[in-house]
Ligand binder design. Structure first.
Ligand SMILES: O=P(O)(O)OC[C@H]1O[C@H](OP(=O)(O)OP(=O)(O)O)[C@H](O)[C@@H]1O
Ligand SMILES: Nc1nc2[nH]cnc2c(=O)[nH]1
Length: 175
């Protein structure tokens, strides 16, 4: 099926907002080190852009998770595909995601990571679709943009593994 991508958030808008959120994080973590956990694959672009703008000391690790589910719905049971390389015990963890949709993946992941005794654990996302949230509430500490319930791509987000490299956020329109 052919698809079109309509721009929802321009590159400049995204860059400007990431700088604003980075400034908030710099203020909130002043005097501390922040341990970024990038959730692969979608979180990669946002993590890089955010990290470049952080002035507090930063360390980074990567995790890949897969949510068991059928079709487009995640079930909330998360399988760890690639675990972190390092312990998070005693660290100020900031999870960096591209999108929070139903909230199931992150609600589950945060519970898993809390059991590893971090000093603190917070969540930062590029996009949030609050209308899509189901039962499990997940507390999002830093959100760049709240968006309507449309399927978006770009800045790390894919459709069928394509479009992750777009420097803007677009909505997929099926012809
Ligand atoms: O809030 P939820 O409904 O649980 O959905 C959000 C999850 O879906 C996306 O990952 P995806 O499975 O598309 O993996 P990818 O980043 O590797 O493309 C996103 O990065 C979150 O991890
Ligand atoms: N690419 C993409 N992945 C998602 N996962 C949950 N919502 C979305 C979305 O809108 N786009």
């Amino acid at each position: 099926m052919a698809e079109n991508v309509r721009i929802l958030l321009k590159e400049e808008e995204v860059d400007k907002r990431i700088a604003e959120v980075a400034a908030m994080i710099n203020r909130d973590y002043a005097g501390k080190e922040v341990h970024l956990i990038c959730i692969l694959k979608g979180g990669v672009f946002f993590t890089c852009e955010l990290a470049k703008r952080l002035t507090v000391p930063v360390s980074m690790d990567f995790m890949s998770v897969s949510s068991y589910g059928s079709g487009t719905e995640s079930s909330g049971v998360v399988r760890i595909v690639k675990d972190l390389d390092e312990s998070i015990a005693g660290k100020n963890v900031l999870i960096v995601e591209d999108i929070i949709d139903s909230g199931r993946t992150l609600a589950y992941l945060i519970e898993i990571l809390k059991q590893r005794n971090p000093e603190s654990i917070h969540l930062c996302t590029l996009l949030d679709k609050p209308e899509r949230r189901v039962k499990k509430q997940v507390k999002v500490d830093y959100t760049c943009f709240e968006i309507p319930d449309e399927f978006v791509v770009g800045f790390g987000l894919d459709y069928d593994q394509k479009y992750r490299n777009l420097p803007y956020i677009g909505v997929v329109e099926f012809q």
